[in-house]
Design a protein around this ligand. Structure first.
Ligand SMILES: [Zn+2]
Ligand SMILES: [Zn+2]
Length: 195
């Protein structure tokens, strides 16, 4: 296993198709932009799913929620945007559709059976076999056969802003000032407001 893939697997906890898709998308995007691991906010990633995919993107690009340079859009798509603050260049990476809906449907129904402990031994070994084949494809296919890579122009998201903390009148804990809500009983954090 390649060193950078090993890093992703170590962080994520296991090897799976989603992780491999994130791995391939991130590598292709970084190659296209000639960018390297972001130590600060010099690169911004926008992901359109919150699955295994994102972990590989974070490990390779250095874009994380913690640094504020990972943006999640809940679109349910295996799509990655990578934007460079240095030169304003950006790239969008998506996956070519498989054109085999039946096989996909079968794989997902098999996977759900296995995950919910409802598969028999034959189904389990079949799932393993297909999973391995899919992973091999994701690892060995050439970028141009697997991915759509498109240079894009879009405005860069604002840099991460750090806000001061204020005290919640109910629980007494510190809250980011933009997350406090005025109520009749005082300034409440969202956690207290929910209660
Ligand atoms: Zn996974
Ligand atoms: Zn509170």
């Amino acid at each position: 296993m390649k060193k950078d893939l090993k890093k992703c697997v170590d962080f994520h906890g296991h090897l799976c198709g989603g992780l491999l898709m994130g791995y391939r998308a991130a590598k292709a995007a970084m190659k296209n932009l000639k960018s390297s691991f972001a130590k600060d906010e010099e690169v911004v990633a926008i992901v359109e799913n919150s699955s295994c995919f994102v972990d590989a993107v974070s490990v390779l690009t250095g874009c994380t929620f913690g640094k504020g340079n990972l943006i999640f859009k809940d679109y349910g798509k295996m799509v990655l945007f990578l934007l460079s603050r240095k030169d304003g260049k950006g790239v969008r990476v998506s996956f070519k559709s498989e054109n085999n809906d039946k096989a996909q449907e079968n794989f997902y129904s098999l996977m759900n059976k296995v995950l919910h402990g409802k598969a028999n031994d034959k189904e389990k070994s079949l799932f393993k076999k297909i999973k391995k084949e899919r992973e091999k494809k994701l690892l060995t296919k050439k970028d141009e056969d697997l991915l759509n890579i498109k240079r894009i122009k879009m405005p860069l998201p604002a840099r991460a802003k750090i806000f001061k903390s204020v005290k919640c009148d109910k629980c007494g804990e510190s809250v980011m000032e933009t997350r406090i809500r005025k109520t009749k009983k005082g300034d409440y954090c969202l956690e207290c407001l929910e209660k």
